[in-house]
Design a protein around this ligand. Structure first.
Ligand code: PMP
Length: 423
């Protein structure tokens, strides 16, 4: 019998039959409130009728309009609509399929445009699993161990992870900016540095918002030294953090913006956006690919952006996110195993640790497993695996947030009782 690879880890035992909005229905008839959204992908909820209709209609017209052979209407329309959301000046877009591919395209462009070799990444960043993207990922050795040599020219600087250091946020930001300056003095000279690559909020690396002053410090240094600032909005973009783009929590703007995941509600498509001037500095013909900018994905993307606007989903993300965080902080007050609750919008992380902030991965894993039995799907994250992340759909209702909180607390309580009973 042929089976799926044993290296493919599945966070829950659920086999899906169908899904609607914030709900997943198992083949066993069980109902689950989905606070995973396929790792932050199904932004408009599962099978939003307008997204389904757009994809169905496009399937009947043309599915694969290979975009280095022919151009198609959905991609032109998506580019137009995305243009309304992109930061001023980022008026040129290249489409691929996955986040990793878009990350690689951004690095390729930054190196070609500057003629410089090095990329600076920030500790805990996740940028994908293809070899170059994994080389840029510092969210855990499991993403890069065992298949070296990795891509050369990657240097890591500190991320202002205040909770981990046990500092206040300002101290952590000052420290991380000093370390970046030190790196530019000791290891990768500005003239050898093509890009800074950073997420607006660490995703797989622990659901940690990037402090606005830190991002602004990067922007300042990038502008001073002619370094390209690449902001990876793959997980944090499209309303996830309560702003359309995660970097909009700060005044900093990227030279290259990367988007994927939530942009098409589950259909695979990714993109990088830059100014035409920067994009034109890449080598002619250096962007392409068989499946990039697929017509059905693009049509779903157009519908997704329309739904995000028409249903005020960015605002819903902010309001529901505040409710979720307030509820989680209340739960934290009852369970000392929860060391930190943080996040923006519908991107909330719960860090489990002991009293001296030692990461408690076993507790996080047990809670994540336990939530499934309580009808709530969750995921873990963080380099040490001790963070549970909640990623509801942007269409989530106040009642669903309340129910999710109830189920989450029940799971934490059950695991805490079992842990106490064992002690
Ligand atoms: N960048 C970020 C910030 C991500 O969260 C991810 C996926 N979790 C990626 C890049 C890689 O995307 P993909 O899995 O589609 O290659």
């Amino acid at each position: 019998m042929t089976t799926l690879s044993p290296l493919l880890k599945q966070a829950t035992p659920v086999v899906v039959d169908h899904a609607v909005g914030s709900w997943i229905y198992g083949t066993d008839g069980a109902e689950y409130l989905d606070f995973t959204t396929g790792i932050g992908v199904t932004s408009t909820g599962h099978c939003h009728p307008r997204v389904v209709a757009a994809a169905q209609e496009q399937c009947g017209k043309i599915i694969h309009a290979q975009n280095t052979t022919v151009m198609h209407q959905p991609l032109l329309e998506l580019t137009d609509k995305l243009g309304e959301k992109l930061p001023a000046g980022l008026d040129s877009v290249f489409y691929a399929n996955s986040g990793s591919e878009a990350v690689e395209a951004s690095v390729r462009l930054a190196r070609m445009a500057t003629g410089r070799p090095n990329i600076v990444v920030f500790q805990g960043g996740f940028h994908g699993r293809t070899v170059a993207a994994a080389s840029l990922t510092t969210a855990g050795t499991r993403f890069s161990a065992g298949f070296s040599p990795l891509m050369a020219g990657v240097h890591m600087s500190a991320f202002p992870y205040a909770y981990r250091y046990g500092w206040d946020e300002d101290t952590a930001i000052d420290f991380a900016l000093q370390e970046l300056d030190y790196l530019l003095t000791t290891r990768t000279a500005p003239n050898d540095t093509a890009a800074f690559l950073i997420e607006p909020a660490l995703g797989d690396g622990g659901y940690l918002p990037t402090p606005p002053r830190f991002l602004e410090g990067l922007r300042e240094r990038a502008t001073t030294h002619g370094i390209v600032l690449i902001i990876d909005e793959v997980q944090a973009g499209v309303g996830r953090t309560g702003k359309f783009w995660g970097h909009q929590h700060s005044t900093a703007t990227p030279d290259i913006l990367i988007t994927a995941k939530g942009i098409a509600s589950g259909f695979p498509i990714s993109a990088i956006a830059a100014s035409t001037e920067l994009m034109s500095k890449g080598w002619p013909g250096s962007q392409g690919g068989t499946y990039g900018g697929n017509a059905v994905s693009a049509a779903a993307g157009v519908a997704t952006l329309a739904v995000v606007d028409d249903e005020n989903l960015v605002e819903n993300s902010r309001v529901r996110g505040d409710e979720l965080q307030a509820g989680l902080k209340e739960i934290q007050s009852r369970f000392p195993a929860i060391g930190d609750v943080r996040g923006w919008g519908l991107m909330q992380g719960i860090e489990f640790s002991t009293a001296d902030r030692t990461p408690d991965a076993a507790m996080a894993a047990a809670v994540q497993q336990e939530t499934t039995g309580h009808g709530l799907l969750t995921l873990t994250c963080g380099p040490q695996g001790n963070v549970v992340r909640l990623i509801p759909a942007l269409v989530v209702t106040a009642d669903e947030i309340a129910l999710g909180l109830q189920r989450f607390e029940a799971a934490v309580a059950a695991v805490s009782e079992r842990t106490l009973a064992k002690a």
